[in-house]
Design a protein around this ligand. Structure first.
Ligand code: WTA
Length: 658
């Protein structure tokens, strides 16, 4: 497609909206790793043999004797008896094979700084960092917290943990220190790796200083390793805090490889569930590595010798774990890592970066595509994006218009669009088109990957052949979570109790169409997906009510053009409180408790919340109010006058966004 924008582009997209499905571009399909649809039947015929075969792409220090032990379901064990080291597979084996000079990451900082990290560089750094952790007393099984910006050290830190069998617990840099505290406390982290400061949109945030306000209440935390990213002065507690550079310089440069059991924990990653308390998703080593190595290779059709891969997520989310760190490195790929936001220092920075490093595979979230779309095609059109050959999407449903814009404007009409559905819990991509095979429908995640079995079921668990229902997964898969850290009952209750221990309840609603293709509709629980980030309504409510001037609160989601969903908070103040001008204060309070990403877009003050006679908050009504929908029957309300008041308030005040 020639580069067009404005009305011509709009008209072009309108005509494409008529197209039902887009087959892979012919040239792509011809040379794709998978082009034979028989892969589905082959995997289905014997899923264990399938995974057995693909697991052999990794290096095992000792082979497994059983692919899957499902006897204690839903607690799965994969590659039982196998011994493996994650860091060895990500780094050492590529260096040993003579590929040490290959670039692992082209790193780009917010201020335009660049660093080229080779596999040899990673090899040296990871060994030193691993030894530095051992010197600080970290032993296999000890949890290490990581709270770092998108800098090379975050990858080194994760791999150093993996090398010595210390599960990492990465906390997204956008979370508040209070969230860090909670996650470190829950996981009993022994060491925290953080930075003096982080650059965000040209400003320096004093992370270490902020962290110091919460570390004293963490009895298990013995040391804080501090990476110097900025020139801010930060306090260092004698005996506890250690400078990263000093620790690495003092450490032995050689760290022998220790092989761990396939089921040894690799990491914990906290994610939001239905309650205020985040869930510690536990992933183990062998199965997770097989799942992410395999999907990175086949779903992105990755050729490590020639491709440049860029997953624009943050390492603090599962997408970053699986498709910035483990998946690409296991495959010996070359990736791009960017420190900043998509519009900093300017709105063409992503496209400038694609051109600069000749990125061939780009993986991002629909919210980013929609934001770029709203900034106009002129920005990407300024750059040569012809190196791109595949585009991926993840994190939330992508609307057909954004899908088409992504395909036409970014992909020039030549790239398959791979809408990948998966979760922190699944570890690996589960439902997606296969790039060389599937004719993809805009907005549709399409089919479970070869070896994966998913269904859309009715409330009794019966499969629906066409229509809307609950998404479930029917068969264990290697990258699956093994449990919730220290909460095995919650693990069973949340995912495996509704339809029995053979059926994993996803928590998403989905529609299956007449062709058997799956359209993800969104969460069915009280989880809000803001810009592809999971937040629980209970978590946000609990942050709001912890404000001294708040009596009660209910949080619901509202559709948002850019972020997919936005948070709307209904708040009842403590009697006698003047709420005029309080919105800012409350938003700042939520930012402090959880992080800026959880700040409500709208705050609606009300003297009461609509409740049933038994006192239950009627969220459906609140969602309707937030969306401006007709409220229907409100006769079961304890105090129907509340609704009138709310309706009036909204009409008067409108949006209260920053
Ligand atoms: C949603 C992110 C539609 C879904 C990898 C899921 C999606 C939750 C898609 C997991 C997609 C993820 N289409 N919805 N392609 N990918 N989701 O744990 O609701 O941060 O349950 O993992 O995001 O979010 P999580």
């Amino acid at each position: 497609m020639t580069k067009i924008s404005g009305t011509a582009l709009q008209e072009h997209l309108e005509t494409l909206l008529e197209v039902t499905a887009f087959p892979p571009p012919a040239a792509f399909a011809q040379s794709a790793l998978w082009k034979d649809p028989d892969v589905y039947a082959e995997a289905d015929a014997d899923p264990q043999a399938w995974w057995d075969r693909h697991a052999r792409d990794l290096h095992w220090h000792h082979p497994w004797d059983t692919v899957l032990d499902w006897s204690d379901k839903p607690f799965a064990k994969w590659f039982v008896g196998g011994k493996i080291n994650a860091a060895y597979n990500c780094v050492d084996r590529h260096v040993e094979a003579g590929r040490g000079d290959r670039v692992a990451f082209y790193w780009r900082g917010e201020e335009g700084e660049e660093q080229t990290l080779t596999y040899s560089w990673l090899h040296a750094q990871v060994q030193r960092a691993a030894n530095a952790l051992v010197d600080l007393g970290v032993r296999p099984g000890d949890v290490v917290g990581i709270y770092l910006p998108m800098i090379p050290e975050v990858v080194v830190a994760m791999l150093a943990c993996a090398r010595i069998g210390a599960p990492h617990n990465v906390v997204f840099g956008g979370f508040s220190v209070e969230s860090v505290r909670e996650r470190l406390e829950e996981s009993h982290a022994k060491v925290l790796i953080t930075a003096d400061g982080a650059r965000r949109r040209g400003k320096v945030h004093q992370i270490k200083q902020e962290i110091d306000t919460v570390t004293s209440s963490l009895p298990d935390l013995e040391h804080v390793l501090v990476v110097r990213r900025t020139s801010v002065n930060c306090p260092m507690a004698a005996g506890r805090d250690v400078d990263w550079d000093d620790a690495l310089a003092a450490a032995n440069p050689l760290a022998p490889i220790q092989a761990f059991d396939a089921e040894h924990p690799l990491f914990i990653l906290y994610t939001s569930g239905s309650t205020a308390k985040p869930k510690g998703i536990l992933h183990t080593t062998g199965g997770y590595l097989v799942g992410v190595a395999h999907t990175t290779k086949y779903i992105f059709d990755l050729r490590p010798e020639t491709d440049v891969f860029w997953c624009s997520a943050d390492v603090g989310w599962v997408t970053g774990h699986s498709y910035i760190v483990y998946g690409p490195l296991l495959n010996g790929a070359t990736s791009v890592m960017y420190e900043g936001a998509p519009d900093y220092p300017h709105r063409a920075i992503w496209w400038e970066t694609v051109e600069r490093y000749k990125v061939s595979i780009f993986y991002t979230a629909p919210t980013a595509v929609r934001a770029c779309m709203s900034w106009g095609a002129e920005e990407p059109n300024k750059h040569d994006l012809s190196s791109l050959r595949l585009l991926g999407s993840v994190g939330e449903p992508i609307n057909p218009k954004a899908w088409l814009w992504y395909r036409e404007v970014i992909g020039g009409g030549n790239c398959p669009i791979i809408d990948t559905w998966w979760q922190t819990e699944t570890g690996q991509i589960m439902i997606a088109p296969v790039p060389g095979i599937t004719a993809a429908k805009p907005g549709c995640a399409m089919r479970p990957l070869p070896g994966i079995k998913a269904d859309v079921v009715d409330p009794d668990g019966n499969p629906i052949t066409e229509g809307q229902g609950l998404l479930v997964l029917r068969r264990p898969w290697p990258g699956m979570l093994r449990t919730l850290y220290n909460e095995p009952e919650r693990f069973v209750r949340t995912y495996w109790s509704r339809f029995g221990p053979d059926t994993y309840l996803v928590g998403d609603a989905a529609r299956i169409d007449a062709d058997g293709d799956i359209w993800i509709l969104g969460r069915t629980d009280d989880v809000i997906n803001v810009s592809g980030h999971r937040l629980s309504t209970a978590e946000v409510e609990s942050a709001i009510v912890s404000h001294p001037k708040v009596a009660e609160s209910a949080v619901v989601a509202q559709h948002d053009e850019i972020t997919g969903q936005a948070i709307v908070a209904f708040v009842t103040p403590v009697e006698g409180t003047e709420t005029e001008g309080m919105d800012h204060e409350l938003r700042d309070h939520v930012a402090e408790m959880i992080g800026k990403l959880a700040r409500p877009k709208r705050i609606i003050w009300t003297y009461d919340l609509p409740k049933t006679r038994s006192g239950k908050i009627m969220r459906r009504l609140l969602r309707d109010i937030a969306a401006g929908r007709d409220l229907g029957d409100v006769t079961t309300l304890r105090d129907p006058a509340v609704m009138d008041q709310l309706r009036k308030l909204i009409a008067e005040r409108g949006d209260s966004e920053d």
